[in-house]
Each structure stands twice: as C-alpha cells, then as structure tokens.
Design a protein around this ligand. Structure first.
Ligand code: SAM
Length: 362
C-alpha cells in the first residue's frame, strides 16, 4: 500500500520505501517533511547551534579517493602541514572566543610520527584550555590502538564518513585496493564506537551512480549503527579528480542541495537527539545553504579557523566557500547566519550529542 507523506510522517519507524517517498517529496509534501523535522529539532535539541572551530591542519594524504581534491594523486595543489605552534594558536583562538570545541581535520596518514604528534597535540590543547575545549578528530582510518591512544589523550568525538553504505558504489568511487577497503571503514567505525567516542558518520549526496535506494540504505545504516553525530553534504565535483569524467551523469547542484536538506530532515526525524552538522559544502551551492539546514534540523556549525594562507589549499571540491576569510570573519558571518535561521549560538559549552549520553546510560 502506498502511503501519503502525511501518513508516513505519523509513523514511528520508517521503512526503506517510506524513506524513498520522503526523498522524492516535492511542494507541499516537502514542506510537511521540513515542518516535522524542525518541530523535532525544537523539541529535542532546542533552537540552538554549537560551534566546532575547524582546523584543517594538513592536506597531505596517502589515499586516492576518486572524488577528493586533496587525494594523493592530485599534483595541482600545494601541500601544507601546519606547525604545532600554528595548530595550538588556532586552538587558543577558539578557546579565547568561547567556542566549546574544535575539530582537527586533515588528509589521512597512518604512521607512528602522526600518531605521536596528534597525541601530543591533544594533551597540549587540553592543557592550554584547562581541559575546557572539546575536541573532535577527523583524520580517517587508523588502527584500534591509535584511536584508543587519542581517546585517552582527550579526543572524545570522531567523524569518519562512510561515504556510501552501498559497497558497490563505495568501490566505484574509490580505487580498488586494500587501502580503500569498505569493510575496513566499517571496522574503524565499530572501533571508534567501542572505545567510547561520540561516533559520527555521513555520506556524500548526489554522487554519480547513486540512487534514492542507496540514500535510503545510508539512513537506515545510520539508525542501525546507532550513530551519535551525522555529517553529510552534497558531492561537488573537483576538476582535478578522476570522478570528473562522470560529471555528465550528475543531477544539477540545486537538486543535490535539495536532496541533502531532505536527508538532514529525515535523519533528524529518525534519530531525534543526535548532533547534525550543517556542512560547508551546502554553502558552496547556495549562500543560504547552511541556514536552511539549521532551520530544518542541523545543530552544529564548523567555523573555519585554519590560518587564512592555507585555506585555499584545502580544496576538497571546486568553489569551496570562505577560503579568503579570517577566523574572525568566519565567526561573525556565522553568527549572523545563525540568527537568520532564528537560532542561537551557544558559547562555552561542548554541545555533546544527547544521543550519546542516552546510549551510554542504557
Ligand atoms: N581524511 C579524513 C577522512 O577521510 O575522513 C578527513 C578529510 S576528508 C577530505 C573529509 C571529507 O571530505 C570526506 O569524508 C568526504 O566526504 C568529503 N569530500 C571529499 N571530496 C569531496 C567532494 N568532492 N565533494 C564533497 N565532499 C567531499
């Protein structure tokens, strides 16, 4: 039996078919979806937004993901690696401006040097902020022991996008070798959860070959895995990547934005108390993309506090916004944007995932 959107939105649990109907909703039906997700956000999270000061500390990467501008094989880019002092200065900026948390992100390197370096930085960040600055890591796939050492050093959230939960699609957008193994990515996510991190994942939306069924499967995976945080955004092509040859197969950018907003609304309804990021890539498509996401369900924003001179080199996709701004510009711009979405930035709090607390209390 085909249900109307109104009937689907009354259900406690969505089936794959229900999710596909929601993803395909248009006009008044889509408005009903957004209304419901906004209500749920208001009830479970409040009209609030927390900042994670984003430090993109290195674009050096050992991986060759076919969609990503900082992939190892891209020779058209200047590689950089911030010094420890530069990273600590950015963390201090976040602390002094009362951001509750920072997020450290980089290309992916597995090495004892990187393990020790990040561990040491974590201790120093905790020290400079008297333990007050929360830290999210997003540095890719690592061994269980490495994740554990970083957790013990003070990182308490980890973002590792699964990119797509359809293994066949995953294999189409990654090289076919042991360094880009779908099952290893799942294993890493499980390690993070078992160690005790607030565990975040997400997917790119609007990839070549991706179907509505794939996206519905992604949302069901997130629910089943019991994630604490979600960071998903539109796929945006990058001219210096192999996936560019499929750009003729893509839906228009405006549709990718629309679909991302629907994905955010649906996951907010399915997982009421998780943290959801309004990804920067939304703004690459629509200047108001992130505000729209905040209105319908997102509650986390990541102002970029990477020193300005490096930002241009962390181009994951074309037209990445805000690469000319300073950290101060980013903060005031985001604050104005949050108030446009009728929400309020909460300073001086970690803004942890409520879902994590509930999950751990069980
Ligand atoms: N190396 C870490 C990792 O893989 O988790 C963190 C850095 S990685 C560049 C961060 C995210 O950027 C990826 O998980 C991917 O989803 C996103 N990304 C890369 N290329 C993209 C593109 N062309 N369009 C949209 N998002 C992209």
């Amino acid at each position: 039996m085909i249900l109307t959107i109104k009937e689907i939105l009354k259900k406690e649990v969505f089936t794959r078919e229900n999710i596909i109907s929601l993803l395909e909703s248009e006009g008044e039906d889509r408005t009903l979806l957004y209304k419901k997700s906004a209500e749920i956000k208001e009830r479970f999270i409040g009209n609030k937004v927390w900042f994670r000061g984003l430090i993109e500390f290195s674009n050096i990467c050992s991986k060759d993901c076919l969609y990503c501008g900082i992939r190892k094989g891209n020779k058209n880019l200047t590689r950089y690696n911030l010094s420890d002092d530069e990273i600590l200065a950015a963390a201090r900026f976040a602390y002094e401006n009362h951001y509750g948390s920072i997020a450290l992100q980089s290309g992916e390197i597995e090495s004892p040097y990187v393990t020790n370096r990040i561990e040491n930085l974590l201790y120093r960040i905790k020290e400079l902020s008297a333990g007050e600055l929360g830290v999210t890591l997003s540095v890719g796939e690592q061994d269980h022991e490495v994740y554990k050492r970083w957790y013990d050093a003070g990182a308490h959230r980890y973002l590792l996008r699964v990119e797509s939960t359809n293994q066949k699609l995953y294999e189409k957008i990654h090289p076919n070798d042991s360094k880009h193994d779908f099952n290893n990515r799942l294993k890493c996510l499980k390690s993070l959860q078992n160690i005790g991190y607030q565990t975040g994942t997400g997917v790119m939306i609007g990839l070549p070959f991706q179907t509505m069924d794939d996206l519905a499967g992604d949302l069901l995976f997130m629910k089943e895995f019991d994630i604490d945080m979600c960071g998903m955004g539109p796929y945006i092509e990058h001219a210096d990547t192999p996936l560019i040859k499929h750009s003729g197969k893509l839906m228009p950018l405006s549709e990718r934005l629309d679909l991302t907003l629907k994905m955010i609304a649906i996951i907010r309804i399915m997982m009421k108390d998780i943290n959801i990021v309004a990804a920067t890539a939304l703004q690459a498509i629509d200047p108001m993309g992130r505000e729209k996401a905040v209105k319908i369900g997102a509650n986390i924003l990541m102002p970029n506090i990477t020193p300005g001179k490096y930002r241009d080199s962390y181009k994951l996709y074309d037209n990445k916004p805000c690469t000319d701004d300073s950290a101060e510009d980013c903060q005031s711009c985001l604050e104005a944007r949050v108030s446009l979405a009728d929400a309020e930035v909460i300073y001086g709090e970690w803004g942890d995932s409520k879902h994590y607390k509930e999950r751990r209390a069980k």
